[in-house]
Design a protein around this ligand. Structure first.
Ligand SMILES: [Zn+2]
Length: 115
């Protein structure tokens, strides 16, 4: 899946259950789909405004990046595949945020840790 080195779970003492926390990727995809779809529907100015609004309201970097990328992608491609493009852009943006944050989660005990 990933070549990134995983940290050891502080509770379980093993990294067998530790996975990269993909919260940013999931949020980025969801927000990107919405922003891209609405942006494509409303046109360039509407999409950009929506992205800026979402980014300024929600205090989470993954959401900001996802909304901005989704809105931009939606503006470029318009209604034709705006939601799909937004989702892809948001997913990619969120993935970068996840990798930058290096937050990991243990599937066994649900502990969160920094990588
Ligand atoms: Zn654990």
């Amino acid at each position: 899946m990933s070549e990134m080195e995983k940290p050891m779970c502080p509770k379980c003492g093993t990294k067998d259950y530790v996975v990269l926390d993909t919260t940013g990727e999931k949020i980025g995809t969801g927000v990107g789909v919405v922003a891209g779809g609405v942006g494509g529907w409303c046109g360039a100015s509407g999409g950009a405004a929506l992205g800026a609004t979402l980014g300024s309201v929600v205090p989470f970097v993954g959401t900001i990046v996802g909304a901005t990328a989704g809105a931009v992608a939606g503006c470029v491609l318009g209604a034709l595949g705006g939601a799909t493009a937004g989702g892809v852009a948001g997913n990619l943006a969120g993935e970068q945020v996840d990798k930058a944050n290096r937050m990991f989660r243990c599937n066994k005990c649900s502990s969160q840790m920094q990588g």
